[in-house]
Design a protein around this ligand. Sequence first.
Ligand SMILES: [Zn+2]
Ligand SMILES: [Zn+2]
Length: 538
Amino acid sequence: MKVEFLGGFQTVTGSATLLEKDSLLWLVDCGMFQGGRAIEERNRNVHPYHPRELSFILLTHAHIDHSGLIPKLVKEGFRGKVICTKATFDLCEVMLKDSGHIQEIEAEWQSRKNKRSGREDTAPLYTAEDAEKSLRYFQTVGYDEILSLSDGVKIRFQDAGHILGSALIEIWVEEGGQEKKLVFSGDLGGSGQPIIRDPSPVVEADILWLESTYGDRLHKSREETVQELLKIILEAISHQAKVVIPAFAVERTQNLIYTISQLIRKDLIPSIPVYIDSPLAISATEIFKENPDCFDEETKGLLLGGEDPLELPEIKYTRTTEESKAINEDPRSGIIISASGMCDSGRVQHHLKHHLWRSESHIVFIGYQAEGTVGRRIVDGAETIRLFGEEIAVRAHVHTLGGFSAHADQKGLLEWLSHFRNPNLQIFVNHGEEKISMELSEIIHQKLKFEAAVPQWREKRFLFTPEKRVMPEEKIEAAESPEERFSYLLKNLDRGYKKLRRKLRMRRSKRGGISDAEWLKELEEVNKKLEELESELE
Ligand SMILES: [Zn+2]
Ligand SMILES: [Zn+2]
């Protein structure tokens, strides 16, 4: 059996893993790369095979960095099944169409630019219509249900506790007359997230793909974070001011509605207007309400008791731009939850224009702010921000709240990992910036004694056959100048050295010593070569 690491490796976006067993070829996730031109170029030519050859795409959850290239694959001939939970399908229906729409707008903008410089038009990756068409290849599966994909391949989706409908995927395959088990963590939530259930513990696995978004970090507790939010809201009410919260449309927005409704229910704050100002967030909230079987016991209990934790006495959904603009004409204090989460586009920019310069207003960041975004500049203390061609002074109170994250932190990841029983479990750490994935793999090794590796983008490996790896040639070819090639080789050497040390340490602790003379001889030769190089450079 073979694997190719196509995305989500050494980056958080573009999640995709290609698996091949006999003549069966399938993907786990099919995400879009996001975050800058160079990496987004990968979206145009990411798959080293024809989509028609693929039999399945197993989809962990609806986020675009996991699902975003499905319409492109269907457009290029994929005719298999996309398998996911029902809630993931419901969310994909709005999110993929929204993504197609964004692709169209961006291609249009690029084409206008091309025209001025005499170049050809840019075609969108896919359109909203392509996205709509791709939906007919989806097939839903219930949590805990075992599904047979073909002879010798079975799968099961379990709770991942990340967003509504999110799943970790277990795959059983028959290899050489034996049953082996692969597990994909997908994006993993921390325990105690509101609304949805916690990640299911998994005990058995031979190989695990583990996400590492926050593998180097510890989040503040949810309780502390709620207290901070409470203080901010009370302060805003006492000054008749507004609280602007840039938030992602799915999960984070619903998490906020749930939290605010909890504060009102406990009489900690009076009822105030809460504006949900993002059409995608409004649709996502409706989808949450249509999927109560994904809720945790606490939320189900509230519903049974006649309370809707996704309702508020003065919640206002603003679909049109006119409604959105009217929000700031209301003189009362209120909370505005608006997209995009990193303030780079969308309606939230209008609210920032209205409130950044007011010293009584509050801007609350609850999610990751990537470098180069408007959100990051505000968080980093910029004195002014340019919006709609105008320099706006930043005088509002700016807060960052850490405890609303939809990803487990380092402690959460290690806790979830501690359930695995197989001492020979092999872990591939993915979905993280390279430094963070490396750090997490080191910690996993130290604390849990599992072998953990950070694969490279487009690296191929044979599974269940030790030491057979094919390194990505593209990467070496891509480094054209001697300068680039030099730094690539150095980096690779560094990585190889670290891996080797880890493996040697594993061997020592497991088998009590190094006895392979061949190995030693090779190592000595490499060492000699390095010494030669060193003296040459001096
Ligand atoms: Zn996600
Ligand atoms: Zn993700």
